[in-house]
Design a protein around this ligand. Structure first.
Ligand code: NAD
Length: 377
């Protein structure tokens, strides 16, 4: 069977869905791997690196003969039509609110898997693209904030005087937030953090940061069985806003990462709060692509709100593409391995497997995912 790794078509996307290492492993599974010329350029992987790992380099048209297509983002509906009926597509499908686009893949006979729907269970940890990318995004958010911040992060005692440590506040202590806390701590900042899930409290403390939250009864119950946050009541949000308003005026740096699956990002920082911050402060809104945690943040842009710099880099993991691609490629490979018969090397998808059930959107010309326009079979 043939695997095609495409060059991402969105100009802001510098990641790639395979690495020389995963190409070698796919070859070892008996697959033919075709990589589109230039696919790795944004991640410092040359065509020759892929070729040395055993891939054939071709142009975009090669997608038409592939049995398996690996990508970072959902390709265009035009590409869906070029794909072979029955082909498997493993990528981030961005399914929420995009049912019409998903339908194009179903109609083309493509079996599309949305990697972001991978369940958070132990067996699937190594296939969890949200975690691998959020981890790097959390790190990079602090690097970007430090770069925009006109002062030092650590306390520095010098003969010429003492520079105080920067105060950093991380909102949302999931995978990205915890890595942001760890990174800000490594750079010497005094770090505090908040989340609406009670489990986050201990994790924040274990990283040496101060936990700040409204810990009422709603907070104590605010976690789904999948480990995700629930959308909080208006009453809770008001209490949270009051607490944050008080805290935020003392911060130099705020990193927001709060998300709720399938919902717009919760609004955590108002313009008034931004105006209460010290001049020269920096805010990074990691949720900007999903509507933003910060009032006035702009996806893909950095804006000044008064004297505060609000960074709205979309696709933060893409800013550290070489590392992000290695992890993403490994996530895809690990999932793909579950679909290859070890003895024959043939592709066979077990539609009863819980990982497949959770991620497969379309099959045999129809949408099948109950959450996205399909009726489960
Ligand atoms: P996410 O990206 O969905 O959201 C980021 C964080 O924002 C979450 O911690 C969430 O609770 C928080 N948040 C939501 N609304 C908020 C609000 N109003 N105010 C403050 N914070 C708010 O989260 P994630 O990184 O995907 O992690 C979610 C959970 O899944 C965590 O418990 C994490 O440990 C767990 N997880 C488990 C596995 C696994 O077991 N395989 C893998 C990854 C993550």
């Amino acid at each position: 069977d043939q695997v095609f790794v495409g060059k991402e078509t969105e100009s802001a996307e510098s990641r790639v869905a395979a690495s020389p290492e995963t190409v070698k492993k796919m070859k070892a599974l008996g697959l033919d791997v075709i990589v589109e010329s230039g696919a790795g350029a944004g991640s410092s992987i040359a065509d020759s690196d892929f070729a040395a790992a055993g891939a054939t380099i071709a142009d975009a048209k090669a997608v038409g003969t592939a049995d398996i297509v690996l990508r970072v983002r959902r390709p265009s509906t035009a590409e869906a039509k070029r794909m072979k009926s029955g082909a498997l597509l493993l990528t981030q499908m961005d399914p929420y609110g995009n049912e019409a686009a998903l339908d194009a893949f179903a109609k083309a006979g493509v079996t599309a898997f949305a990697m972001e729907l991978m369940p958070r269970i132990t067996r699937a940890q190594s296939m969890d693209v949200l975690s691998s990318q959020a981890n790097l995004a959390g790190y990079q958010a602090v690097i970007e904030a430090a770069h925009a911040f006109g002062k030092a992060m650590p306390m520095m005692m010098t003969a010429a005087g003492t520079v105080p440590a920067a105060k950093a506040f991380v909102m949302g202590a999931g995978v990205a937030g915890l890595q942001a806390i760890a990174t800000a701590r490594r750079l010497g900042a005094a770090v505090s953090a908040t989340d609406v899930r009670p489990a986050a409290k201990e994790q924040v403390a274990s990283l040496g940061a101060k936990f700040i939250a409204v810990e009422d009864d709603e907070f104590k119950a605010a976690e789904t069985s999948g480990g995700y946050a629930k959308e909080m009541s208006k009453d809770y949000q008001d209490k949270q806003a009051a607490l944050v308003a008080d805290h935020i005026g003392k911060q130099d740096m705020v990193i927001t990462t709060a998300l709720i699956p399938g919902r717009p990002a919760p609004r955590l920082i108002s313009r008034d709060m931004l105006n209460s911050m010290r001049g020269g402060s920096v805010v990074v809104d990691l949720a900007v692509e999903r509507g933003g945690n910060v009032e006035g943040s702009v996806a893909g842009d950095t804006v000044q709100v008064g004297d505060v710099t609000v960074i709205g880099i979309a696709n933060m993991a893409g800013r550290i593409a070489a590392s992000a691609s290695l992890l993403y490629a490994k996530n895809l490979l690990t999932f793909l391995q579950t679909m290859i018969d070890k003895e024959t090397g043939a592709v066979s998808v077990d539609f009863d497997d819980e990982l497949v059930k959770a991620t497969a959107l379309s099959r045999d010309g129809a949408l099948i995912h109950p959450g996205f326009g399909g009726t489960a079979v």
